[in-house]
Ligand binder design. Structure first.
Ligand code: HEM
Length: 400
């Protein structure tokens, strides 16, 4: 089958769409149009398929044999992002079974809801310490003062590295996702140079931290190689931080648009876990995943060719009216709420219990300590790139 050809007019539509998807906090009306009119769209310029309906998105993520995460790395452009001299191991995100299952089994224990629940007192202390720095002023930037430092401090402590270097970690997180050709490669190199001596040190003097546990871990009687260890450290430091930062910020954006929700949560804090789920659905920090077709296949009536890139749009699936009644209503009591914000199936987010707990505690403590929380509306929101979220979120409040 030949690929659909795009006319100039269609190409202009795609350009506009991409700009909207990359820069707007409200791509949802456009997703709705696409779910109805073109749920499997081929972007001729980028040469990939975008998938908008819940059911198709879920099928693609479930069918990891047909839609591979590993094949992306066979893409030469991607490989060029890392230094050719640097020995490089794909992160767990870019592996298919059987290697994926083996690596995943090493790390899941550290992130079970039970293991993570033990971190409640420490996370609560960190949130209080962050809010202490701004409480008496009556204003703060949710991102700078709370939602950025919190996950970074937590993961740095889990890895056993000094959280004081978090400005550096933030720069790495930003730069590794930069569209610039050189920056991601340079950053990965810098991160490897940072973690290499830490790993060497833990080999000699293991501690009670995740890096020491990974150094000691074995898969089928074999230890992880140094590139595999490095790529684990990098993914843990980066994957969880930007996403959790955006989730907490997005929760405040939702609450600010629905101020009655803050009163309801103060009156009944047991609603907080389902409120966090609703934020995940309503403003999902990760809007898109990427897969590569491992064989020729069909989605609906569309023929997907082996090697073609397929982009399941989680953000659209999470607003699909066939799965969620009144999908554009923010309903903190929504049940069931089978959103796909953490993915699904074998790559389901390892850090989900941690992200949920950090977000729940951050919001609970904010609502306990502050009233009259309001976004400073005369400062325009600036979106982050690559995720759905904002760079900065100034609010005012009254200390209780
Ligand atoms: C709100 C916060 C978060 C969101 C929305 C999120 C989202 C996701 C999504 C959608 C995936 C699936 C990717 C795919 O299928 O290709 C994923 C995987 C992953 N996430 Fe998260 N994540 C969050 C927080 C975290 C945290 C806190 C950590 C760890 C500290 C983490 C570590 C990982 C890892 C290691 C994977 C790869 C799992 C695998 O390939 O088996 N994430 N995440």
């Amino acid at each position: 089958m030949t690929m659909p050809q795009q006319t100039t007019e269609q190409s202009e539509i795609w350009k506009k769409r991409r700009r909207l998807f990359e820069t707007s906090l409200n791509p949802f009306p456009e997703y709705r149009i696409l779910r109805e009119s073109d749920p499997l769209s081929y972007d001729e310029e980028r040469k990939w398929w975008e998938v908008y309906r819940y059911q198709d998105v879920q099928c693609i993520i479930n069918d990891y044999a047909t839609f591979s995460s590993e094949r992306l790395l066979k893409d030469q452009d991607f490989r060029r992002q890392v230094d050719e001299q640097e020995e490089f191991a794909p992160s767990i995100l870019n592996l298919d079974p059987p290697r994926h299952r083996k690596l995943r089994s090493l790390i899941t224990q550290a992130f079970t809801p039970r293991a993570v629940a033990q971190m409640t007192p420490r996370i609560t202390t960190i949130v209080h310490e962050q809010l202490d720095t701004v409480a008496s002023t009556g204003h703060m930037d949710v991102i700078e003062n709370l939602s950025y430092p919190l996950p970074v401090i937590v993961i740095a402590e889990m890895l056993g590295i000094p959280s004081e270097q978090r400005a550096q970690f933030k720069r790495w997180s930003d730069d590794v996702l930069s569209p610039d050709e050189e920056k991601p490669r340079q950053t990965l190199k810098e991160m490897n140079n940072y973690f290499r001596p830490v790993i060497a040190e833990r080999r000699v003097a293991p501690g009670d931290d995740l890096i020491s546990a990974l150094v000691a871990a074995e898969v089928d009687g074999e230890k992880l190689t140094e590139p595999e260890l490095l790529s684990f450290c990098v993914i843990l430091l980066i994957a969880g931080n930007i996403t959790t930062t955006n989730l907490i910020g997005n929760a405040i954006l939702c609450f600010d648009d629905h101020p009655q929700v803050m009163d309801e949560l103060r009156a009944d804090p047991s609603l907080m876990p389902s409120a966090v789920e609703e934020v995940l659905r309503y403003l999902s920090p990760v809007q898109r995943l990427v897969r590569v077709a491992a064989v020729d296949t069909l989605i609906g009536d569309k023929q997907i060719k082996e090697g073609q890139i397929v982009v399941p749009c989680l953000g659209s699936a999470n607003r699909d009216e066939t799965q969620f009644p009144d999908p554009d209503v923010f309903d903190i009591r929504r049940t069931p709420n089978r959103h796909l914000a953490f993915g699904h199936s074998i790559h389901f987010c390892i850090g989900a219990p941690l992200a949920r707990l950090e977000t729940k505690i951050a919001l609970e403590v904010m609502l306990q300590r502050f009233t009259d929380i309001q976004r400073v509306r005369d400062i325009p929101l600036e979106t982050v790139s690559g995720f759905l979220g904002v760079k900065s979120l100034p609010i005012t409040f009254r200390e209780k």
